[in-house]
Design a protein around this ligand. Structure first.
Ligand code: G3I
Ligand code: 9MR
Length: 564
């Protein structure tokens, strides 16, 4: 069976390669553009390096030149070590299939069309289904990537750091965090919270049955169903006293084995302020959203959230760091102001109780976007976003202040984009840099939602161009999509399944100048914006992760809603 699949895939890949490009010239990889394409109304730019060209042509699939434009210099960019040039064909709006042609060759083919991102967006959500622990991925829901259930997690040991000394915890379900099989509260809560923001704005954006998952057909949005799979797991991580355990992992990362082949004991590890507050925040957020469809569940979720908040009031400084015998992901965070803020915001919106509002008013958080480690800092932005989306529930003065600050931040991002050789707003490339650009795009989408000013939407789209190939590596960073595809992500299920292609719908970490895996991986460039290797051992540039996909789900979904 696997051999037949292999053959089918080889034929598939071969047919893709032989049908593109249409021009005889081979593809010039120095032309970097959005390999999915462009919406007719969006900015349409591409980047060019190593060129003497002064002009470009846009050709259609009959090889006719439909547009000619000038190549301009965007200056040099230190993070990639390149002289960067750009072409712009924004005014050309005719749907169709095209290529860019310059002296040195042709680009990958791409499309101009409406409804551009639906497929990529749905895949980015369905990736969470493939991350489900304790459940088989049924053939019925994916004929290629089906697999047996992994990690029942019904009898997990308590590590001493959890504060418990005997017994077991039943903690089934939830999503694997990333390429590893750990389940981490802080990161799971943040990722779920970011996607719940999209559900708040567009509750019906993902219809029931749109994703083809086990819950499809139950009358509820498939996105909400997918998020509830994680929320139900989060509920199992609360201790009787209201505090929330930090993570459920083995003591070490496993080898590249499939979920069902996993054989390391699982432990409930740590209990702390960040986990408790992020749990409180996301469950209060979900309680509000799921109340119409899951009334009883919502009451329980809100009670759990309030209990976790109370625990954090009495335990406001319990930081987590890995015990000596634990080597899995840390998600360490010793600053809790942002977590308190997010939790207070969601609890206020869910209950309208004055104490939460008092907290927000007397503990103002700086309105900024700190880069890298979004689970550490971005939680405050989820709180801001929830408050802004619920203008009707908050004090007009608070709304006005938050809105002004949001637009100031968004304007500074747009300013940075307009002066950036690659038309993005990032110059520092660390672990998970793709999530940094995506979180910037999320902020711009919200600015568009608050103002209906197209410039913010265009900024978000330019950032998405980067994700799908208009970047210094030329890769399209969502698995399964684009012409220059990621093939070997650091993702255990994809690595262990004998299938040539990785599971689709995952955003990989992206360029990382720190290259923490340099002993295992030979990087072909040490320029930070090019420090990316599509090889399985590259955990520092090519892993996948819940909190890297979540802003992609939000941004692709937002663009899909407002552009079509
Ligand atoms: O910010 C500093 C920078 O100032 C300094 O120059 C640089 C020097 O190495 O380090 C930077 O911090 C790094 C940080 O990421 C931000 O880039 C840390 O060294 C680096 O260890 C840290 O990596 C984290 C990684 O786990 C290792 O703990 C990633 O942020 C985080 O996303 C990643 O998360 C893992 C989970 O632990 C386990 N599951 C997979 C997941 C994704 O890889
Ligand atoms: O495989 C691990 C990956 O899932 C984690 O995110 C990453 C975080 O540190 O660590 C990976 O494990 C590597 C370990 O940290 C160092 N030795 C090589 C391991 C991967 O082969």
């Amino acid at each position: 069976m696997r051999n037949t699949l292999h053959l089918v895939l080889m034929l598939y890949l071969f047919s893709c390669q032989s049908s593109t490009p249409k021009r005889e010239e081979s593809v010039n990889e120095n032309i970097r553009l959005n390999q999915i394409g462009y919406h007719p109304k969006s900015n349409k730019q591409f980047i060019l390096t190593d060129t003497a060209a002064t002009q470009f042509q846009l050709i259609n699939n009959q090889q006719e030149t439909v547009y000619t434009g000038r190549i301009m210099s965007n200056g040099t960019w230190a993070p990639s070590g390149e002289a960067v040039y750009m072409g712009d064909f924004s005014s050309f709006e005719v749907p169709g299939s095209y290529q860019i042609i310059v002296n040195e060759g042709a680009s990958y083919p791409f499309e101009i069309k409406a409804n551009l991102y639906q497929e990529a967006w749905h895949a980015s959500i369905k990736s969470y289904y493939f991350q489900r622990a304790s459940l088989p991925i049924e053939k019925e829901f994916d004929s290629l990537f089906h697999r047996a259930a992994g990690h029942p997690d019904i009898q997990c040991f308590y590590h001493p750091s959890s504060g418990k000394t005997s017994g077991f915890l039943a903690s089934p379900g939830g999503w694997y965090d990333a390429g590893d099989y750990g389940k981490y509260v802080v990161n799971g809560a943040l990722s779920t919270g970011q996607m719940l923001l999209l559900c708040t704005l567009y509750p019906q954006a993902v219809a029931d049955q749109a994703l083809h998952i086990p819950e499809s057909g139950n009358g509820i949005s498939d996105l909400l169903d997918e998020l509830k799979y994680e929320l139900d797991w989060l509920l199992t991580m609360q201790d009787e006293d209201g505090g929330v355990f930090h993570k459920l992992t083995a003591k070490n990362f496993s080898g590249f084995v499939s979920p069902e082949a996993y054989d390391l004991d699982r432990y409930v590890i740590g209990k702390g302020t960040a986990a408790s507050l992020d749990f409180a925040a996301v469950l209060a957020q979900a309680a509000r959203l799921l109340a119409p469809t899951h009334e009883f569940w919502s009451q329980k979720a809100l009670e759990a959230a309030e209990k976790a908040w109370k625990w954090a009031q009495f335990n406001p400084q319990v930081a987590f760091s890995n015990p000596d015998d634990v080597k899995t992901g840390e998600y360490g965070d010793a600053q809790f102001a942002d977590d308190f803020y997010w939790a207070a915001a969601e609890l206020y919106l869910a209950t309208q109780e004055a104490m939460y509002l008092n907290y927000l008013q007397s503990n103002k958080e700086t309105y900024q976007h700190q880069l890298t480690n979004s689970w550490k800092f971005f939680t405050r932005n989820v709180g801001f976003a929830s408050l802004l989306i619920h203008q009707e529930l908050i004090d007009p003065k608070l709304y006005k202040t938050l809105k002004n600050e949001h637009l100031l931040l968004s304007d500074s991002l747009l300013e940075a984009i307009n002066h950036h050789p690659y038309r993005i707003a990032l110059n520092t490339f660390e672990w998970g840099s793709n999530s940094d650009v995506l979180n910037q795009a999320l902020l711009l989408c919200l600015a568009h939602q608050l103002t209906a000013d197209e410039k913010y939407l265009m900024g978000a789209e330019q950032i998405i161009d980067y994700i799908f190939g208009k970047n210094a590596t030329g890769y399209s960073f969502l698995t399964g999509f684009g012409s220059k595809k990621v093939r070997f992500p650091h993702h255990r299920p994809s690595g262990a399944d004998q299938i040539l292609m990785p599971i689709p719908g995952f955003i990989v970490g992206g360029p990382n100048g720190d290259r923490q895996d340099h002993q295992e991986v030979a990087y072909t460039s040490i320029f930070p914006a090019k420090a990316y290797q599509d090889v399985q051992p590259s955990y520092a540039s090519n892993e996948v992760c819940l909190n890297w996909n979540a802003p992609a789900v939000f941004v692709l979904g937002y663009i899909h809603q407002v552009r079509n």
